[in-house]
Design a protein around this ligand. Structure first.
Ligand SMILES: C[S@@+](CC[C@H](N)C(=O)[O-])C[C@H]1O[C@@H](n2cnc3c(N)ncnc32)[C@H](O)[C@@H]1O
Length: 153
């Protein structure tokens, strides 16, 4: 007999940064991702070097995927998983009203230039967080993760 899946068993999320500039920002986001149940983290066009401040050894608990190119990342997006760009953009919707998809990859931009149009155009949705000026990228990602788990409860 076919087992009926509960919705909670059909969801996951990953989060990552396009061209992150500092290992500290990635480390902070990675730790939030671990604590709040992400399945993976990733970077696009960047290399990660292990930090001594990583006392939780996050690399041993949740995988970091490193995509050499933007195209390699886009090719890897799994079936039935939505790409959600996190950006202050005219086409973005407020996170307040955003319903997180069951399966999502959240994509953050570089500290200096944000997300390129080539990536924004490939996102199923763009979402912005409140504020007149931009937040630190790891803080923005952590708020998105918190919003997801908060709304799912
Ligand atoms: C420091 S911001 C980049 C700012 C960049 N100078 C610009 O103007 O595009 C780095 C990343 O954090 C995220 N971010 C920061 N504040 C945000 C906000 N209010 N809404 C959505 N994303 C935000 C975005 O992913 C952004 O690409």
């Amino acid at each position: 007999m076919k087992r009926k899946w509960d919705l909670s068993e059909e969801q996951y999320f990953g989060i990552g940064i396009y061209r992150p500039k500092t290992a500290e920002n990635l480390g902070t986001l990675w730790r939030t991702a671990l604590v709040y149940g992400a399945s993976f983290v990733f970077v696009i066009e960047a290399k990660y070097k292990k930090k001594s401040s990583d006392v939780l050894k996050v690399w041993s608990k949740i995988p970091l995927f490193q995509y050499k190119t933007l195209e390699a990342f886009l090719d890897s997006v799994p079936y039935s998983c939505q790409l959600i760009g996190i950006e202050m953009d005219d086409k973005a919707q407020a996170i307040r009203n955003f319903e997180h998809p069951a399966r999502a990859i959240y994509l953050l931009g570089a500290e200096d230039n944000g997300l390129p149009n080539q990536l924004k155009n490939r996102c199923h949705e763009l979402v912005y967080l409140p504020g007149e000026t931009s937040l630190n990228v790891a803080v923005a990602g952590s708020i998105v993760i918190f919003d997801r788990i908060n709304k799912s409860e």
